[in-house]
Ligand binder design. Structure first.
Ligand SMILES: NC(=O)c1ccc[n+]([C@@H]2O[C@H](COP(=O)([O-])OP(=O)(O)OC[C@H]3O[C@@H](n4cnc5c(N)ncnc54)[C@H](O)[C@@H]3O)[C@@H](O)[C@H]2O)c1
Length: 252
């Protein structure tokens, strides 16, 4: 356990599954106290059992307009401070513009982008009072290049990248750093869902792996390690930028 991390507090959204869960577990192992959000009761209990006395699990729907206020308040009530916000919760949809209705657009942008903005808005004053902090927006390679057939998702992730940059420049003098972590396709339940929703799931899975120079999908532990590095503070000059972990997908 890193002693210096022992008093530090992270809020990780969508921490009952995939990248978020791996991140909550990694930060806990590094000595952080972790507020984890989730929606599924069974999986919430599982992560609570991992985090134990240095953890708090909040069941929230980030589509609700008061979710961010309640989450940050619950974090302060439980641990008294907030040093890192990891905006990880997200939803994906496979649809072109002509296939996307308003409700889908609003849902994807609402959960992926608006909730990240609202949480940052609530978190920054608390972080600033504690001497500063780090916001990690888990964006995507799809926020940097247009991945076919997922317009709402692509736009939500591109929005997160610009949210990151804006937060970084507006709040640097309050000791706030903001970084986008942009995973390439990574083996998680969200990706499994997308594969299963494709007309030919097996072919889609092969295409996903073959589409990147590394010829494989990312692993949740790799993304969690990048997030832990970012919030760890060893590189305080790292802010306003994107950490891209995509097996070379966007390099071409
Ligand atoms: N897996 C990938 O290939 C990949 C690639 C790039 C970016 N990402 C991003 O990484 C993040 C995590 O993805 P994952 O693959 O681990 O997904 P996942 O489906 O395993 O987890 C998503 C999490 O978001 C939470 N969530 C969804 N809607 C919510 C809502 N309304 N309120 C509260 N929580 C909600 C879920 O409960 C879950 O814990 C997402 O933002 C995703 O867009 C994933």
């Amino acid at each position: 356990m890193a002693g210096e991390d022992a008093r530090r507090v992270a809020l990780v959204t969508g921490a009952t599954s995939g990248i978020g869960r791996a991140t909550a577990e990694r930060l806990h192992a590094d000595g952080w106290s972790v507020v984890a959000t989730g929606q599924d009761d069974r999986r919430a209990d599982e992560i609570a059992a991992v985090l134990r006395d240095r953890g708090h699990v909040a069941r929230v729907d980030l589509a609700a307009s008061d979710a961010a206020t309640r989450l940050v308040a619950a974090t302060v009530e439980r641990f008294g401070r907030l040093d890192a916000l990891v905006n990880n919760a997200g939803v994906h949809t496979l649809a072109t513009a002509v296939e996307t209705d308003d409700a889908t657009w609003d849902r994807v942008l609402g959960i992926n982008l608006r909730a990240a903005f609202q949480l940052a808005r609530e978190a920054i004053p608390v972080m600033a009072r504690g001497g500063g902090g780090t916001i990690v927006n888990v964006a995507s390679e799809a926020g940097l290049v247009a991945v076919p057939g997922q317009v709402a998702y692509n736009v939500s992730k591109a929005g997160m990248v610009m949210l990151t940059r804006s937060l970084a420049i507006d709040h640097a003098d309050q000791g706030i750093r903001a970084v986008s972590v942009c995973p390439g396709t990574t083996e998680t339940p969200l990706v499994r869902e997308a594969i299963d929703a494709a007309p030919d799931p097996a072919a889609h899975a092969r295409t996903l792996a073959a589409s990147r120079p590394a010829k494989r999908l990312g692993r949740v532990e790799e993304i969690a390690a990048a997030i832990a590095f970012t919030v760890g503070g060893e590189v305080g000059f790292l802010t306003g930028s994107e950490l891209v972990i995509d097996g070379g997908y966007t390099a071409r």
